[in-house]
Design a binder for this molecule. Structure first.
Ligand code: SAM
Length: 220
């Protein structure tokens, strides 16, 4: 059964996503798998794509933007090595799907989106789902959170030509930042760690993201 006692018409395709697209590709963190099962992706996609909500790829959400592929959402979440005390900064709210996944695993999420329309519809969905450990901001996320604040983890969900310096500055010592870095088209998904002021990191995989437009992203 789904919410409010209605039959869950997505149960089978969700199960397929978990088994084949996530576990089948090496996602093993039980907390990540649990929240990927718990958060209903169909709530975050526009009506005309609802039946494709568990397809193995990104889907349009309007304004030439996309909700990310479920596998990429799970992979980035696993690579963030979250714990319940974490405060996370997310750049690129989009549909709010990744935001909701993060909210289920950490103390608080701060999320920035360039388009007010997307931010507002993401807020409406998270509200409806009763998720409230989150703050939304509309603006250029490449410049970081507008108030002086540091974060345990930072996730950039759009392609950047290089790591935005203001975001590295807002990362705590010992924190992790994940970003797709590279030109429009194909990028490298990287994780970087800040330790005693030094940045080390590694490549996770190649990926394709829409561009982050902004002062420390791509120019418009
Ligand atoms: N994680 C999202 C989801 O699950 O729906 C998908 C994010 S989508 C791939 C990238 C988002 O980054 C888009 O919504 C886009 O508008 C946003 N974006 C682009 N440039 C930005 C900027 N400078 N600041 C904040 N958001 C930006």
């Amino acid at each position: 059964m789904g919410s409010r006692g209605r039959p869950d018409r997505f149960a089978k395709v969700r199960e397929h996503m978990l088994e084949w697209d996530l576990k089948g590709r090496g996602i093993t963190d039980p907390d990540v798998l649990r929240v990927m099962e718990e958060v209903r992706r169909e709530e975050f996609v526009p009506g005309q794509y609802r039946l494709q909500a568990y397809s193995d790829g990104p889907l349009p959400i309007g304004l030439a933007q996309t909700i990310s592929q479920p596998y990429i959402v799970a992979l980035m979440t696993e690579e963030l090595r979250l714990n319940p005390d974490c405060e996370v900064l997310e750049i690129g709210t989009g549909s709010g799907y990744q935001t909701a996944i993060l909210c289920k695993l950490v103390k608080k999420v701060y999320t920035i989106e360039r388009f007010a329309e997307l931010s507002e519809s993401a807020q409406a969905v998270l509200n409806r789902l009763g998720i409230n450990n989150v703050e939304f901001y509309v603006g250029d996320g490449s410049c970081g959170w507008p108030e002086q604040k540091t974060f345990d983890r930072i996730l950039i969900t759009a392609a950047v030509p290089r790591m935005p310096e203001p975001l590295v500055e807002q990362l705590i010592d010992g924190g992790l930042i994940i970003a797709p870095i590279g030109p429009a088209g194909v990028q490298e998904l990287v994780v970087r760690e800040k330790k005693k002021g030094k940045i080390t990191g590694r490549l996770i995989c190649d990926c394709r993201f829409v561009k982050l437009l902004g002062k420390y992203g791509f120019s418009e």
